[in-house]
Write a protein that binds this ligand. Structure first.
Ligand code: GLU
Length: 308
């Protein structure tokens, strides 16, 4: 059975979601991100049946920031295996800000989950300790998942974050002092900043998330990128930990597993059906795209495609 053309729906959602623009704030703690025009809005949906629908700035590359944490998790699980990784990172929502240090100190260096910065830095360490070029490896994985080479690292964003990355440096040093970082702090941070600075479009991000909607297989190529259980687990983690301290409200409003980044991207998965990416740079107070969240809420409501 052929799927409906979702383009008119996406255009309608874009008009409505854009009304939120002006109420949020573009991330400015990474100065290179503060230069992005707040009026951008793009959305792409890829179906497991090969269909693709886009609206707005869906083909413009944006800074994926924490969306990279999903791909580094896949790579770290491949690199050191599931049991060793889960000894070093938890699987519970944090209830704190994405870059918080307080919890890490009180919980003795065991980050709550791989999608807060502390957890992602441990995940990056697992890759860095076993690779001479962790960034190239990650870039290769993202390109394979998306099926395109049009994905690059924005070195200016990486430099900007490194220059202003005092909190992440503090997290990495704290992890090292607590015995949960194996590689050199400098090497882990360099890899972390560069993975956050990957730039790609909504369309390519939706394509790259498609294996998570399809039991680990990229429907476009038939390539098996992970076993179905891993895809299911990553989707579950996104549902409980993918939007930092806003994850509960997002589940309430949208009801779809997703991961956000401070570049304004949110990538979401409707298992068995679609992968979605929306990008709008203005963020709410918790670091999640304001218009992006609204767009996904409207999508779930209008299509009744929440997972619940
Ligand atoms: N590069 C950002 C940081 O480490 C990622 C945070 C995010 O996107 O939520 O602060």
């Amino acid at each position: 059975m052929s799927r409906p053309d979702l383009t008119p729906l996406l255009d309608e959602i874009a008009v409505e979601a854009r009304k939120s623009i002006g109420r949020g704030k573009v991330a400015d703690y990474i100065p290179a991100l503060a230069r992005i025009s707040p009026g951008k809005f793009g959305m792409a949906i890829c179906g497991v049946d090969g269909t693709e629908f886009v609206t707005g700035d869906a083909d413009e590359a944006f800074s994926i920031q924490s969306l990279s944490k999903v791909f580094t998790l896949v790579l770290a699980l491949q690199t050191i295996g599931s049991a060793p990784l889960w000894k070093r990172v938890g699987r519970e929502p944090s209830g704190t800000a994405f870059n918080s240090l307080v919890q890490l100190e009180s919980e003795r260096g065991l980050p709550r989950n791989p999608f807060i910065n502390a957890g992602a830095i441990v995940v990056t360490d697992a890759i860095t300790a076993h690779s001479v070029s962790p960034t190239l490896q990650l870039l290769g994985l993202v390109r394979r998942f998306a099926g395109t080479d049009a994905i690059y690292i924005d070195e200016e964003v990486a430099r900007s974050e490194a220059e202003h990355g005092h909190r992440n440096a503090a997290i990495a040093h704290l992890l090292k002092s607590q015995g949960n970082l194996k590689a050199r702090v400098e090497d882990v941070l360099a890899a972390y900043y560069r993975q956050c600075a990957v730039a790609m479009s909504c369309r390519d991000m939706a394509r790259a998330f498609l294996p998570l909607a399809n039991g680990g297989v990229q429907p476009k190529t038939g390539e098996k990128l992970m076993v179905p259980l891993r895809a299911k687990r990553i989707n579950s983690l996104m549902l409980t930990c993918g939007l930092y301290d806003g994850v509960g409200n997002f589940a309430f409003r949208v009801g779809i597993p997703a991961k956000s980044g401070v570049g304004g991207g949110i990538a979401a998965v409707i298992p068995g059906k679609y992968a979605i990416c929306v990008w709008s740079p203005e963020l709410d107070g918790l670091g999640n795209s304001l218009a992006g969240t609204r767009a996904l809420e409207l999508f779930a409501r209008k299509t009744k495609l929440s997972i619940f």
